[in-house]
Design a protein around this ligand. Sequence first.
Ligand code: HMG
Ligand code: MG
Length: 306
Amino acid sequence: MAPAQAVKVFEVGPRDGLQNERQQLSVATRVELIGALAASGLQHIEAGAFVSPRWVPQMAGSDEVLRQLPGDDGVNYTALVPNLQGFQAAQRAGCREVAVFAAASEAFSRNNINCSIDESFERFAPVLQAAKQASVRVRGYVSCVLGCPFSGAVAPEAVAEVARRLYELGCYEISLGDTIGAGRPDATARLIEQCARQLPVTALAGHFHDTWGMAIANVHAALALGVRTFDSSVAGLGGCPYSPGASGNVATEELLYLLHGLGYSTGVDLQAVARVGVRISAELGIANRSRAGLAMAARSAGEQHP
Ligand code: HMG
Ligand code: MG
């Protein structure tokens, strides 16, 4: 039998998830959450964001979070940085990987990071330069790849152009963000095909929000076209503070259930992630948004009390 193909799962719950939850968690609780996610086998965890605490108060204390994470457990702990100031703070906290975030829509760029797309690239260039000197890896995000909350439709060509610019600047991987979670699998396929004309499909990641319930279907469409990295959030936490009405990322539990069922290997224990999802939802005082997580919890309860 051929060995299972590997898919990289990039857990973004502690950043993309928590940044949009009403309740702000303490540094200690965030560190504990990240530790439990790492213990479930996740090898890539976005642990915080070095952005203005006035813009995103939930990410205040990211420096402390990153400082308290183990430096020698082989897990890739990353953080968002919008500019050189953010990069320098991330470096002081010991980050070995950061992510810059651009948008495919001018309106979103202005609302999210207070500058145009071109200006954002002027801010990213010194980050990439400093990161190269310090051997820090840089990931790139493109937001609004399947629609913008402010200006509506976004052309796949516009997304591919921003993705190419990030890749050429030195980002090793480009995560395509359906920020408002409006895309369907047909549009996702057109998007991936367009981007794969500009950069290797192996350098693309899918980042699907689930506002319209299409996130897991979009993962399936992107998988079929060769994408092998997906961002997800435990318990489907989150959204984006600058994307009104958007819901959380595809739940890590749903992603693992799909991938394992299709025969892909991830190195992640679904049951362990589901337990973390139950705990963090209770901590936040919200309903668990992962249906696979809920199903897993119900099954475990049934096993304990047949
Ligand atoms: P600005 O006001 O244009 O910045 O904000 P500025 O350079 O004019 O500086 C103003 C103040 O911000 C100054 O402080 C700076 O020191 C401070 P003051 O002198 O007034 O006291 N400042 C900073 N503070 C902390 N960290 C920094 C930093 N830079 C400047 N790095 C800025 C520009 C980018 C800072 C602001 O717009 C911001 O923080 N935005 C937050 C954006 C954000 O985090 N959005 C959510 C994440 S993106 C997302 O969720 C989408 C994604 O998931 C993919 C998808 O789903 O599509 C990635
Ligand atoms: Mg997002």
